[in-house]
Design a binder for this molecule. Structure first.
Ligand SMILES: C[S@@+](CC[C@H](N)C(=O)[O-])C[C@H]1O[C@@H](n2cnc3c(N)ncnc32)[C@H](O)[C@@H]1O
Length: 269
């Protein structure tokens, strides 16, 4: 199975619109504007009280104001959590005083795993270990399975499937450099011959080569990926999404893979 050939579809929204729609930039703006207000609050407080406003009050002001501004800018709830804890994390990092090289290394590692989230709005987080068994149970073993994991991360799901179903053709595509490198090297080292990992954006990949496409992405891309699925996947094939529904499209099945685990949604094309 060759997953390298492309089928490019780019978004043509103007750059200005893309920037305004970017939750990262809105979240950054909220934190930055809260910092400006916090400075004003500190100066005004000193004039009015005749002494400096306590540091913990300033931190609380920064956290609460950034959450307030971010909610006005309509970012998703998890951004509000990040907004709240970001000032506290900065103070803690300054207090712990990590050596600059360690901070840089930590930053680079995090950037190589999560840096693309800025563009994709889909961070890395692994699916649960109960998922492979549910997929194996869903798909009959005897048929010719060409399975794609869209956004394969560190490859955990595909390695598990490869162990259980060595006769399936398994492929992953991943946009983040470090997870892709890790899964690629692991595949070569452990010689999983039915498994391959491509580096790149799934938007550039032709889904018609696969008869099962699996995604564990984010609610913000489900409408977009669904139109790609409809345009490219052949009738009779299967699209799976873990945790996230396609808005307004009822699945053929909903599978609870384990108690308190996310749902696995199944659509027949
Ligand atoms: C929630 S993780 C899922 C990881 C893996 N599929 C699993 O089940 O454990 C989503 C992954 O998709 C990747 N991703 C996000 N947008 C992508 C895109 N446009 N093209 C390729 N990979 C993408 C992210 O880097 C991340 O590793």
């Amino acid at each position: 199975m060759d997953i390298a050939s492309n089928n490019r579809r780019e978004s043509h929204a103007p750059l200005g619109t893309k920037l305004i729609n970017s939750p990262v930039l809105r979240a950054f703006f909220a934190q930055f504007a809260a910092f400006a207000l916090c400075l004003l609050f500190a100066i005004a407080g000193k004039h009015l009280l005749g002494k400096a406003v306590p540091f913990f009050v300033l931190i609380a002001f920064q956290s609460i104001t950034s959450v307030g501004l971010a909610s006005l800018l309509r970012v998703d709830w998890w951004w509000l959590v990040i907004e709240f804890f970001f000032p506290v994390a900065v103070v803690l990092a300054l207090y712990v005083q990590l050596p600059p090289a360690a901070s840089l290394l930590l930053f680079l590692l995090l950037f190589l795993v999560f840096g693309t989230t800025f563009r994709t709005r889909v961070p890395y987080y692994p699916s649960q270990s109960t998922l492979p068994a549910a997929i194996v149970e869903l798909l009959p073993d005897e048929t010719d399975i060409r399975f794609l994991d869209v956004g394969s991360g560190f490859g955990g799901l595909l390695f598990d499937l490869s162990n259980t179903r060595p006769n399936w053709q398994l492929a992953g595509i991943e946009i983040s450099w470090l997870p892709w490198l890790f899964s690629n090297l692991k595949q070569r080292f452990l010689r999983h011959d039915n498994l391959e990992f491509a580096f790149g954006r799934y938007e550039s990949l032709d889904f018609s080569k696969f008869n099962v496409v699996f995604s564990y992405l984010s609610p913000v891309v489900m409408t977009e990926i669904w139109s790609k699925v409809q345009n490219e996947m052949v009738p009779g094939t299967i699209f799976l999404s873990y945790e996230f529904m396609v808005p307004g499209v009822s699945p053929a099945a909903e599978i609870l893979t384990a108690e308190n685990a996310p749902m696995l949604y199944v659509w027949k094309i």
